[in-house]
Design a protein around this ligand. Structure first.
Ligand code: DGL
Length: 265
């Protein structure tokens, strides 16, 4: 590996751009190659076997682009396929977003973890939180399968968003911390905050995942040289209408022209 190779980031779709945005901010000299498997999103309702197959294809594509490290910017993949990816591609640093998400929750006493079906069913967050904070921490988990399509439709506030959020959250005990266990959900922070009248702390894994990557690059002697120009190259497996608008919502800025790829073994 050499310092001037790019970093690979992938997600089932465009939600991982929230992590790419955090990486860009923290590591402005890095070249980033982002892959969104937009043809097959969402992964969250699929079986662990299928998610592992898709994740392996996503990682193989990034490896073909000569990346020096990969971030699986998808909680669903991180929860069900990270160990498999690390075994499938030994010698390459592949990190996920569950451990950084659990780190970001420090200080919580009663936490509600929101995620896709696959993420919540995997138990990965409960395990990561217990490892860090022991049995003192009260953990509530909630599958919120409508959040991903809602965010993809750009429904981030207003009556529909309020109603869907109420549907999922009104029956759970009020936590002091909400952990957004899906890289799509940070776009709902405002509406979730409104649901709790600003009384609940809302955390996600984007900044912590970027910090985690920075630490690895420094330890491995791989940060991009200070005079190198950072960049973002975007690849997707499908370009549907409304793509640009949707992608720029996640990235928080204009998106570059995407390349279209076919993902196979
Ligand atoms: N962004 C993915 C995650 O973090 C969820 C979307 C999906 O279901 O594919 O879990």
């Amino acid at each position: 590996m050499t310092a001037d190779q790019p970093i690979g980031i992938f997600d089932s779709g465009l939600g991982g751009l929230t992590v790419a945005a955090a990486v860009r901010k923290l590591l402005p000299n890095e070249k980033i190659i982002y892959l969104g498997d937009t043809a097959r999103v969402p992964y969250g309702n699929r079986s662990p076997e299928t998610i592992r197959t898709f994740a392996g294809q996503d990682a193989a594509f990034l490896i073909s682009k000569n990346v020096k490290a990969i971030v699986a910017a998808c909680n669903t993949v991180s929860a069900t396929a990270l160990t498999h990816l690390q075994e499938q591609f030994p010698g390459l640093h592949i990190s996920g977003v569950i451990a950084p998400g659990a780190d970001a929750a420090a200080g919580a006493r009663r936490i509600a973890v929101l995620g896709t079906r696959a993420t919540i069913n995997s138990g990965a967050y409960v395990q990561a939180l217990r490892e860090r904070y022991g049995n003192e921490l009260e953990i509530i988990t909630k599958q919120c399968p409508l959040f991903v399509p809602m965010v993809e439709e750009g429904i981030l506030d207003g009556p529909i968003a309020r109603e869907v959020i109420r549907h999922y959250l009104e029956k759970i005990p009020e936590p002091d911390t909400i952990l957004l266990g899906c890289t799509h959900y940070p776009l709902l922070t405002g509406a979730i905050n409104e649901h709790y009248n600003g009384k609940v702390r809302i955390v996600d894994s984007a900044d912590a995942a970027a910090a985690d990557l920075k630490k690895y690059l420094e330890q491995a002697g791989l940060p991009a040289p200070a005079d190198s120009h950072g960049s973002l190259q975007l690849y997707v497996s499908d370009i549907a209408s409304g793509f640009r608008e949707q992608a720029s919502r996640f990235l928080g800025t204009e998106v570059p022209e995407p390349g279209k790829v076919t993902l196979t073994d």
